[in-house]
Write a protein that binds this ligand. Structure first.
Ligand code: HEM
Length: 509
């Protein structure tokens, strides 16, 4: 191995050292070369390790702009991996930024991956709209789970653009979202009944599982045109639920070899590769069976074009938009996957905040009463159009998105950034215009720019409908035996570490 080649990558140099030592020990010129090499290696490591930003920011790349980007040095080779691989990365990054006086932008290294982070809305806008940041690094688990063929991990290029355009036209267009309103109302109503019966059976409600079953079915209705009865322990429903949970765990798990690729041959504590290999054939079997059922059945006459489920839409595409079967499995699976827990976990945070803030809950209930008639039955009456007429509901949802995960910059959010105060998003204080859907980088829970979440309108419509119904039908109070615990757990989403347990009192007219 020539010296010139080894210079590019110190990781390779470390492994070649014993070999060189053994072969060249009797030769003076080679000994000199060896000393030069070792000196070079040590200097290289010191340079990489102790330059700000850490080892992935080679050759002072973070100093090339007008102002150098500050950041932690981290350890040689590993950068900041050890500190960010455990616990709450978002909180640790905030601490790192303040200790490095990185107000606008911070550089750091995750093994060989250079990373930047900002809380400045203008810089965030510049980064998220730049073509240089238009691809997402593909995790080992995402690759194995076929997601490189789906939207979220497909590299920027014609295939990704085509998939986004198919999804925007046939899945997320406003009339499509509206066409599936009835299905979402049905799932919401099933969830309300389940909540009521758990309360009367156990005296309290563990909300998360009901929300997960509801949002899974809202998505499968839109994607597959069918629902799964998780509560009745239907085999297919349990299988699907398990596949989604396992996929979510695998994609959310911190995988060291995503940042140190050579490590995959030695260290895989979560057995990511083995578990992905076991999961993929199960997903393929399930989704391909659903595709076959659609191929064998012609239900085009039963529905209007906007009511078609997404499998049907994908089967009717032609020309450049036509996907092969594996491509369809990847796209369908990704949507099920991305649309389920994001929605459920956000509703859980919102209900938690409403329990902790009874006055806000009462204000919201008051506003909803003026929009829709009150009813004690579990029949869902809130429609998407009611939700758009409810500024306080919108403000509650936005405030929950601001707090979880936290956006706490006092320069942006004033002197009470830690308080749950939906009023900051009302027109009376000039906050109604803050767009959380990617148009205002003070708050970007759905990302922004080219990669902005295409499911955000559907997600927000489902979340708002469900929160409105939960507040209309029940009063929510804290379960004193299991007090609310706001501890977070960072997986694919930032979720409540201890799922919410609450007491619900059906509202009477
Ligand atoms: C409250 C609910 C949701 C939240 C908070 C959320 C959040 C996000 C975020 C932060 C991203 C990453 C943006 C980036 O990489 O910069 C994303 C991407 C994505 N989301 Fe969502 N999402 C939600 C609901 C949904 C739903 C319901 C669907 C589909 C049914 C969906 C489908 C996707 C897809 C396909 C991508 C990848 C987009 C791309 O890379 O081009 N999301 N979402």
């Amino acid at each position: 191995m020539g010296l010139a080649n080894t210079c590019d990558d110190t990781n390779i140099m470390i492994f070649s050292l014993p070999t060189i030592l053994e072969i060249k020990k009797n030769c003076d010129i080679n000994l000199i070369l060896f000393y030069v090499f070792v000196t070079f290696l040590i200097c290289g490591l010191i340079n990489r390790a102790f330059s700000s930003g850490g080892p992935a920011w080679k050759n002072g790349r973070n100093k090339m702009g007008q102002i150098p980007i500050p950041g932690p040095n981290g350890l040689p080779i590993f950068g900041s991996l050890f500190s960010l691989s455990r616990g709450l990365a978002h909180r640790k990054l905030a601490r790192m930024a303040s200790s490095h006086a990185a107000r606008r932008l911070m550089a750091f290294s995750l093994g060989s991956t250079p990373a930047v982070i900002t809380t400045d809305p203008c810089i965030a806008h510049e980064i998220l709209t730049s073509p240089h940041f238009a691809s997402r690094p593909i995790k080992e688990s995402a690759k194995q789970l076929m997601f490189s063929r789906a939207i979220g991990f497909a590299p920027d290029g014609p295939h990704w653009r085509m998939l986004r355009s198919v999804a925007s036209t046939h899945l997320f267009a406003p009339k499509r979202i509206l066409a599936h309103e009835g299905a979402r109302q049905l799932e919401c109503s099933v969830m309300l009944s389940a909540v009521a019966s758990e309360q009367s059976l156990k005296g309290h409600v563990q909300l998360r599982k009901h929300l997960q079953a509801m949002s899974l079915n809202m998505i499968t209705e839109i994607m597959f045109g069918k629902r799964y009865d998780v509560a009745k322990l239907d085999d297919k429903a349990l299988e699907l639920n398990e596949l989604v949970r396992e996929g979510f765990e695998l994609l959310g798990a911190f995988n060291w070899s995503d940042h140190l690729p050579w490590l995959k041959y030695f260290y895989d504590p979560f057995r990511v590769r083995e578990r992905c290999a076991a999961l993929v054939p199960r997903v393929e079997r399930l989704v391909k069976k659903i595709i076959k059922e659609h191929r064998d059945r012609d239900d085009s006459t039963e529905k209007t074009r906007d009511e078609y489920d997404f499998v049907y839409v994908l089967l009717t595409l032609y020309g450049e938009e036509k996907l092969d079967e594996d491509g369809m499995v990847a796209v369908l699976w990704e949507m099920i996957f991305r649309g389920t827990d994001t929605t459920a976990l956000l509703i859980e945070w919102i209900m938690t905040e409403l329990i902790l803030n009874p006055k806000i809950q009462a204000n919201l209930h008051k506003e909803l009463q003026t929009l829709v008639p009150n009813t004690s039955s579990t029949e869902v009456i809130v429609a998407d159009t009611d939700v758009t007429r409810s500024p306080y509901l919108e403000a509650v949802v936005k405030e929950a998105l601001r707090r979880h995960p936290p956006a706490h910059d006092p320069m942006i959010w004033g002197n009470d950034p830690f308080e749950f105060r939906p009023e900051r998003f009302l027109a009376s204080v000039g906050g109604a215009g803050i767009d959380v859907r990617g148009g205002d980088l003070r708050l970007a829970p759905f990302g922004a720019g080219r990669r902005v979440c295409p499911g955000r309108k559907l997600g927000l419509a489902s979340v708002s409908m469900c929160v409105a119904e939960l507040v209309m039908k029940f009063e929510w109070i804290e379960d004193e035996r299991k007090p609310v615990d706001l501890s977070e757990e960072l997986k694919l989403s930032c979720e409540m570490k201890k799922p919410l347990s609450a007491i619900v009192i059906p509202r009477v007219n």
